[in-house]
Design a binder for this molecule. Structure first.
Ligand SMILES: Cc1cc2nc3c(=O)[nH]c(=O)nc-3n(C[C@H](O)[C@H](O)[C@H](O)COP(=O)(O)OP(=O)(O)OC[C@H]3O[C@@H](n4cnc5c(N)ncnc54)[C@H](O)[C@@H]3O)c2cc1C
Length: 515
């Protein structure tokens, strides 16, 4: 009997497992794929290592949300590069999205307009970001479901931040309209790209506070690990195993039964029993796996969010160094047309491995990923030939579009692969291949987000379909809150002599220390 079984070895599941293991609990991670990582994972081809989704780790420096994860499991800082920022290529100009706050303050006024209205908008976004990044770092928990949560949230936001809570009912478009900036094409174009990437939403619908966090994500720090996500996962898994954690790959969970005192997890490799369970898979999968009360509690959320999902297409290229020469930054985001809907290349992200990072690419070559959002239905119900043709067409289109940054891109590529929603469905099991959590609106985030605890004792949900949403930073915060919940639940159940083993005494000690 394990203290905790974790279903899914993505960043949310592995983060939760490592934290609990570090606190002395016995944990097992059950991962369906042949290796952990999920949407933040990697694959290898001809000496290259490509990131399948996330290419950057957000807020992993000391004091950051991800930094806190590393610290709490006794892991050294990530070996890699802190990105100085990246370049946004708008149809009529480029804007350098500096990480450095002073450089960014100057650049945004120079590139996007220096009126009183522009200054006032940036000031508001900065204030919101300052307060709510701080709240995230101290572990604010939403949705608020009791006095304890409310007090915790008030403390996290702080006295100076309380007046900003009124913006919980604003969208980003409300803030633009209030300053007469709703029709500023370049500004709205840039903000649209940033919110689509970080909260999967549009300027019209994105909740203002979530948008402010997304727009300022560079300030929180973007790190590309040496060897890309493969480098990160090697270090994290090594640490988890060193702590005594058990990771079983190729071990798909088929169902979970139990009533709150203990659970039986049926996998394709046998049944595992655990006192508590963390479902670190998308909510739709968690509902399918059971137990029944979880499926029932999730049903209204899943009905509400059925259409708020989207996918991604990613091109992976292994290219000679000289095809990506001539740019100071390794990351670029491109918008091609202000008047066309975003996605399918109109808003795409290009990430290149760092020069000299031979853990990502053989010497003289670089690993490059181009990603863009897409709708799911055009990829569904296709014949194999139609699917292949669409995949080829979109791959060519994205490479052609990326030649705005790298004119010779792809001509000498030694690896060329394309991932679609069907790829994500196959390798990460995400239903319909939907990635990145729901498209955030006022109706489905924060107080309306899917909580980590659905009322069945000892059964938890974590990952990018629960609060606070998508991205590595959100998953790390979720893992912190769920680990604290598991420890608290464990402490309620601990009775003298109930756990006679040395391992369990360690666990009980860890639980006491957690409070
Ligand atoms: C193209 C793209 C680019 C992105 N870029 C960034 C970025 O640069 N920075 C950033 O911070 N975020 C980025 N993201 C978002 C980020 O990758 C995800 O939000 C995050 O990785 C989700 O983690 P998760 O643990 O919630 O879910 P997942 O990564 O989906 O992990 C769930 C795991 O559960 C496993 N699983 C599923 N079903 C079962 C089962 N029945 N039994 C056992 N295991 C199961 C899956 O195989 C998977 O490993 C990007 C995402 C995509 C798709």
């Amino acid at each position: 009997m394990y203290d905790v079984a974790i279903i899914g070895g993505g960043i949310a599941g592995m983060g939760t497992a490592a934290r609990l293991q570090a606190r002395g609990l016995s944990t097992i991670v059950l991962e369906a794929h042949g290796q952990p990582g999920g949407c933040a994972g990697y694959f290898r081809r001809n000496g290259f290592s490509f990131d399948v989704g996330a290419t950057t780790l957000v807020d992993f420096g000391p004091g950051g949300v991800g930094g806190e994860l590393l610290e709490s499991i006794g892991m050294l800082p990530i070996e890699g590069d802190a990105l100085p920022g990246y370049v946004a290529w708008l149809p009529d100009r480029t804007v350098t999205l500096h990480r450095d706050p002073a450089l960014w303050s100057r650049e945004r006024l120079k590139a996007l307009g220096d009126t009183q209205a522009h200054r006032s908008l940036w000031l508001l976004l900065d204030r919101l970001a300052g307060v709510f990044w701080r709240a995230s770092r101290v572990g604010v928990r939403l949705p608020i479901r009791g006095l304890d949560d409310a007090l915790r949230a008030a403390r996290a936001v702080g006295l100076d931040g309380l007046p900003l809570v009124r913006y919980l009912s604003w969208t980003l478009a409300d803030a633009l309209r209030a300053r007469g900036l709703g029709d500023d094409r370049a500004l709205v174009g840039l903000l649209s790209m940033l919110v689509e990437d970080t909260v999967h939403s549009s300027v019209a619908e994105a909740p203002l506070i979530n948008a402010a966090l997304g727009i300022t994500i560079r300030g929180a720090g973007l790190t590309r690990a040496r060897g890309g996500m493969r480098g990160f996962w090697h270090s994290l898994i090594a640490r988890y195993r060193e702590l005594g954690g058990e990771l079983r790959v190729g071990c798909s969970v088929e169902r979970v039964e139990g009533q709150g005192r203990s659970y039986h997890v049926t996998t394709r490799r046998g049944v595992i029993s655990a006192i508590q369970v963390v479902a670190a898979v998308p909510a739709r999968l968690a509902a399918r796996l059971g137990p029944e009360p979880i499926a029932e509690a999730l049903a209204p959320f899943l009905r509400r969010d059925a259409n708020a999902v989207g996918g991604a297409v990613v091109v992976f290229l292994g290219v000679p160094d000289d095809e990506v020469a001539g740019q100071a930054f390794t990351h670029h985001q491109l918008l091609h047309d202000y008047d066309q809907p975003l996605g399918n290349g109109n808003n795409m992200f290009v990430s290149v491995s760092t020069p000299g990072d031979t853990a990502s690419a053989p010497a003289g070559f670089r690993a490059l990923m181009i990603s863009t959002h897409c709708k799911l239905d055009p990829w569904e119900g296709l014949t194999p030939e139609a699917y292949r043709a669409r995949k080829h067409e979109v791959g060519e289109r994205l490479i052609t579009m990326a030649r705005r940054v790298y004119p010779e891109l792809g001509r000498g590529a030694v690896v060329r692969e394309v991932a679609t929603p069907a790829t994500y469905e196959r390798f990460t099991r995400r239903p319909r291949g939907a990635v990145g959590g729901v498209r955030q609106t006022l109706a489905n985030t924060n107080q309306h987000a899917i909580p980590h605890d659905l009322g069945l004792p000892g059964y938890w949900l974590v990952g990018d379909s629960t609060w606070p949403g998508l991205g590595t930073v959100a998953c790390c915060l979720g893992s912190r809150l769920v680990a604290a919940g598991v420890l608290a639940e464990g402490s309620r159940r601990v009775r003298p002599n109930r756990f006679p083993t040395a391992r369990a005494r360690g666990a009980a000690h860890a639980i006491r220390n957690a409070h």
